[in-house]
Ligand binder design. Structure first.
Ligand code: FNR
Length: 187
């Protein structure tokens, strides 16, 4: 089956983006193995000087988890009109690698604001494109007014949003399956 790695850009206990990520995972078919990357807050600050011998242990773990994934899902908030520092830090550790290259990737931003974190979303895409992630067509979503679309337990209460999340997940799955097929034919 397909292996998905899900990454939330928020460290907050009650994060709406983490709740969103979990909701999407909850919609996944049984054939899809979903792993959550938990190490964002433990990564050292990016510094090429310490990127020797495969890098520090938490960095090796991040790279390994990405390498083993067929597809990647990002759910991120926006801070100060940009990508949260912790998430950008993680991506900086990937620039010298090919671990996300050609990997089907879905990108979601959510915010209580009417803009839905569109600046962080755009900025995240810039970086992901630079490291050659394959952004899935129809695999991106900018979600405004997120607090009005989930309850205090983080469950999605908005039917339209639920449909949109399912659609993103299905597009991502399709892209991963296509890649699998292409790989089989090439080898
Ligand atoms: C924010 N927030 C925010 N939202 C946004 O859409 N654009 C922004 O630039 C910012 N900037 C920002 C700065 C700071 C210091 C804070 C504390 C918050 C609001 C942010 O979207 C909101 O807190 C979300 O709930 C954060 O996402 P999680 O943690 O719920 O996933």
């Amino acid at each position: 089956g397909i292996k998905l790695l899900a990454i939330s850009g928020s460290l907050r206990q009650k994060s709406s983006n983490t709740a969103l990520m979990n909701a999407i995972i909850g919609l996944a078919p049984e054939s899809m193995k979903c792993n959550i990357y938990e190490g964002l807050g433990d990564l050292p600050h990016f510094n090429p000087d310490i990127d020797v011998d495969e890098g520090p242990a938490p960095v090796r773990e991040l790279r390994k988890q990405l390498m083993e994934a067929d597809g990647v899902l990002f759910c991120t908030p926006e801070y100060g009109n940009g990508v949260p520092g912790v998430l950008k830090n993680a991506l900086d550790w990937l620039v010298s690698t090919t671990v996300i290259m050609n990997k089907p990737t879905a990108v979601i931003s959510a915010s209580p604001s009417p803009m839905g974190g569109d600046k962080a979303h755009a900025s995240l895409l810039l970086t992901l494109n630079m490291i050659n992630a394959e952004i899935v067509e129809k695999g991106t979503l900018i979600i405004p007014h997120i607090t009005m679309k989930m309850n205090s337990d983080g469950a999605i209460t908005d039917a339209e949003l639920k449909q949109e999340l399912l659609a993103v997940l299905q597009e991502l799955e399709q892209a991963c399956l296509l890649k699998h097929e292409a790989y089989k034919h090439d080898n």
